[in-house]
Design a protein around this ligand. Structure first.
Ligand code: ADP
Ligand code: MG
Length: 312
């Protein structure tokens, strides 16, 4: 008999309007393996026309972005964006300046509220949630421009910084008020460990404003790791970072990836992203243009012309 009958109902099954059919009873051992057709590339968004260029129906998508929309005044920054990120990947997100990459991160991580569409993390609909709530579901992001952390040391920034940013308090997840002291002690030793791993423990007592942009990026990544996210969104981690530090960052990303973190990586440095990421999703004018291997994306005429057009 089919083992699908005694499988616990997958949480996402009830969240997804299209999950009621297409079950493949031959492979239901993994409850996280969402039963969807494997060949849905050709699916279209009702009013999104043929703009769906992403590979959908991934077997174990830890992140799903479905028909996401965001406008600022008359400007459409996110235009029916639809894609999935498979657990255990380093997925690249590239596209010309202004394509809407950072906006997408803001929408996914709860810093912006979408005008339409849904974001699903680990099977849970997190659309419209606060950043700390999205973080509780396992997703954390870093910022293209690290926040200024004045008046504190690197170590303090690691521990205190995120909590002291109202509206951006993605590490509120560490703390309910009653457990602040407890979790601070735990965080302190964990912070030390991560600073060591990142080989920046010698910076721990430096004022956080005295370190280089590249070092700040490392601190950002280290800080994000404190939250032990399952999914980490990195927004241009090597922008303005010198080659030595960029190499260090790459090593850390690879290590964390080996340990199980799923990454979505926005990066302008093509060599960096092509070296680390597979697959790569290409965004253009707020929509997914295509998705593929680094090689396929690099050779894709549409991608080349999107970059040449500068998104104009
Ligand atoms: P990318 O990260 O791909 O360079 P962004 O997501 O930063 O692109 O921006 C996409 C578009 O949305 C741009 O035209 C940008 O000016 C606009 N945009 C982004 N955030 C805001 C905002 N908070 N207010 C108004 N316009 C915004
Ligand atoms: Mg950006």
């Amino acid at each position: 008999m089919s083992d699908a009958s005694n499988r616990p109902a997958a949480q996402e099954a009830s969240d997804r309007p299209d999950a009621s059919d297409q079950r493949d009873a031959s492979n239901q051992l993994d409850a996280t393996n969402t039963p969807r057709a494997a060949d849905t590339d050709a699916s279209t968004v009702p009013d999104g026309g043929s703009r769906v260029g992403a590979v959908e129906g991934k077997p174990d998508a830890v992140l799903r972005v479905d028909d996401l929309q965001k406008s600022f005044g008359g400007l459409t920054a996110t235009d029916h964006a639809t894609f999935e990120v498979e657990r255990g990947t380093i997925t690249g997100l590239i596209g010309p300046n202004g394509a809407g990459k950072s906006t997408l991160f803001n929408l996914i991580s709860g810093f912006y509220e979408p005008d339409g569409g849904t974001v699903t993390v680990n099977g849970a609909d997190v659309t419209g949630m606060e950043p700390y709530e999205v973080a509780e579901h396992g997703l954390i992001r870093t910022f293209q421009t690290p926040r200024k952390l004045e008046g504190m040391t690197v170590r303090e920034a690691m521990l205190v910084g995120p909590r002291n940013q109202p509206g951006e308090s993605f590490i509120t997840l560490f703390t309910s008020p009653s457990t602040v002291a407890e979790s601070e002690a735990a965080n302190l030793s964990e912070a030390e460990r991560i600073l060591e791993e990142f080989e920046i423990d010698h910076l721990a007592t430096q004022p956080a404003t005295d370190i280089s942009g590249g070092q700040m990026k490392l601190v950002e990544l280290a800080r994000a790791m404190l939250a032990e996210p399952e999914v980490l969104l990195l927004d241009e981690p090597v922008a303005g970072v010198n080659p030595t530090l960029a190499k260090k960052l790459k090593t850390q990303i690879r290590r964390l990836h080996r340990e199980g973190t799923t990454f979505v990586l926005i990066e302008h440095d093509m060599e960096f992203v092509m070296d680390l990421a597979d697959p790569i999703i290409v965004l253009d004018q707020g929509s997914v243009l295509t998705e593929g291997t680094p090689e396929a994306v690099r050779d894709d005429e549409r991608v080349i012309s999107a970059y040449l057009g500068g998104g104009a």
